[in-house]
Design a protein around this ligand. Structure first.
Ligand code: TK8
Length: 352
């Protein structure tokens, strides 16, 4: 009797091992949307707007690797770049509807869902990346991530797009008056639109995926984005001038569909969240390393590159100040003040 029982146990073990092996194979081949036995394989479609050479995509691949390893294949991640699944706004909407699971937009389009997010796009809010890290990874940053829940979104971490610089095909931006009449593409965000209007430019909001063609065809004269994007998306092919306005530090927010997040086990929720923080650190590191190198590459490609003076920046702030006051009123003065206080506090801490 005992012997029969042992044989039975042995047979069961063989069966279980075979089943596990089969499940894993299927997951790694990418064909399994439904698992067997112990649970389903959950598939995440993660889409971004930038191309596959950008630090954002390299970090997304890192996130995929960590998540797939730590969940033993129970979660499978499919990655899409270059707006293959849509632009920032459309992908964020897809997350709300539950038809896509992950996207990592800039904060500017997120303001269409949670207006307070515009505060991160106040020009010259963050003096440098280290202060941005402290504020975003601290209490205030978390408060903003929590605001996403009402919109059926979960914010797992802040990543980095970076300080934005202006490119165009007309002239070097050396002072605020150089914006006059420039047809500038902006992100889909009212604050961006109004600030560039105040500077005398002629701004048009447009999805990132349409931007290259718009510059090529002359529908717009220019745009603004961080140096890694300007280089890696080949903007130097259709733009002559790059000016280091550094007018806004654009954070990225790693977003997950709330419906999908809620369907994960607690352990899986921890894994995807910690992985977003870990891969985000890689994104920031690669991005920062890239800036100096790509600035040189842009010059090598023949772009006219000019550093914008602190005086010219101060002049720009003065011009856009009424727009900022108006938005502070709209968003809530306390919320805006809270962010500026956190910036001051982070600066003081870093100076110690
Ligand atoms: C990419 C965008 C982009 C942003 C923009 O999806 O639209 O200009 O800076 O990089 O998030």
């Amino acid at each position: 009797m005992k012997k029969i029982f042992s044989l039975f146990v042995l047979a069961m073990m063989v069966l279980v091992l075979a089943a596990c092996g089969g499940g894993n194979d299927e997951a790694s081949e990418g064909s399994a949307s439904e698992g067997e036995g112990s649970g389903e394989t959950k598939t995440i479609r993660a889409g971004i707007g930038l191309n596959d050479s950008h630090p954002q995509y390299l970090a997304l691949l890192e996130w995929k690797k960590i998540v797939e390893e730590k969940t033993d294949g129970a979660i499978k991640v499919e990655t899409y770049h270059s707006s293959q699944l849509g632009d920032d706004r459309a992908m964020t909407e897809a997350l709300q509807l539950g038809s896509q699971e992950v996207t990592i937009p800039s904060t500017a389009p997120i303001a269409n869902f949670v207006p307070e997010y515009s505060v991160f796009d106040f020009p010259f809010l963050f003096p440098n990346e280290q202060v941005a890290d402290k504020v975003l990874d601290g209490e205030v940053g978390q408060k903003f991530l929590d605001k996403l829940e009402d919109q059926n979104l979960v914010g797992l971490a802040y990543w980095e797009n970076g300080f934005r610089d202006v490119t165009n095909s007309e002239r070097a931006i050396e002072s605020a008056s150089d914006f006059e009449g420039l047809k500038l593409r902006t992100m889909e965000n009212d604050l961006h639109l109004d600030a560039f209007k105040a500077l005398g430019a002629n701004p048009t909001p447009m999805a990132f995926g349409e931007l290259f063609t718009a510059m090529q065809q002359g529908t717009v004269d220019g745009q603004e984005n961080p140096i890694p994007t300007i280089y890696l998306q080949g903007f130097y092919e259709v733009q002559d001038y790059v000016s280091t306005t550094h007018h806004i530090y654009s954070p990225f927010v790693f977003l997950m569909s709330k419906e999908f997040f809620d369907g994960l086990t607690e352990e899986q929720q921890t894994i995807v969240t910690e992985a977003a923080v870990e891969a985000g650190a890689l994104n920031r590191e690669l991005n920062r390393e890239a800036v100096a190198e790509y600035a040189d590459e842009l010059k090598a490609e023949g772009m006219n590159y000019n550093e914008v003076s602190p005086e010219a920046r101060a002049e720009m702030v003065k011009i856009v100040q009424p727009v900022l006051d108006e938005y502070a009123e709209k968003i809530g003065k306390e919320t805006v003040q809270e962010v500026y206080d956190a910036v001051a506090e982070a600066e003081a801490e870093l100076a110690e």
